[in-house]
Write a protein of this length. Structure first.
Length: 178
């Protein structure tokens, strides 16, 4: 369930407008403490018990008024003074997203990104590696390393004279002294 609740602070920031969003299933029940928020629909949300606060409202601290009131409450509990700087969360987020967009435009191949989005990533050729021993009448037998990049070659007598698949196959084999 996704909802966009609105309301006002209760235990911590009484009367201060609050908003956020909820993503959850089921119902939450407070078993003690005091409600943190009073919903505009008449319900209660969250819990305040001493210095412990909890709520299911995501984005609650993006609300400049509520965040400022909450931080003043925290400061008072610690016998400190606090006044919000008056910086808008939304304005800071917008500036950071603009900066991120500028960095992407300046430093990434956006045409290649668009192709990836439209058609997906190119498929990579399979890679196989064979390790074994070859006995060519040598004493001791040599170790054989066979690396294949690309589709595996056809097997069996029918494979004779068959051209590699489109895209080609690169094979490298070498003998290594034991």
């Amino acid at each position: 369930m996704l909802t966009r609740p609105r309301g006002r602070g209760a235990a911590v920031a009484p009367g201060v407008p609050a908003s956020g969003y909820e993503i959850h299933h089921g119902r939450t029940v407070r078993l003690g403490g005091a409600p943190l928020l009073l919903r505009d629909d008449g319900g209660e949300d969250g819990c305040a018990a001493g210095a412990v606060l909890g709520t299911s409202w995501h984005g609650l601290l993006e609300d400049d008024r509520y965040r400022g009131a909450l931080l003043r409450w925290v400061a008072r509990r610690r016998s400190l003074s606090f006044e919000p700087a008056g910086v808008s969360f939304a304005a800071v987020r917008e500036a950071r997203l603009d900066r991120l967009g500028d960095l992407v435009a300046d430093h990434l191949d956006t045409a290649a990104l668009a192709r990836l989005i439209e058609v997906g990533a190119p498929s990579l050729p399979p890679v196989s590696l064979t390790l074994g021993r070859a006995d060519h009448g040598t004493a001791p037998p040599a170790r054989l390393i066979d690396v294949t990049v690309g589709p595996p070659p056809p097997a069996g007598p029918a494979a004779a004279g068959v051209a590699p698949p489109v895209g080609g196959t690169s094979r490298a084999a070498r003998e290594v002294a034991p």
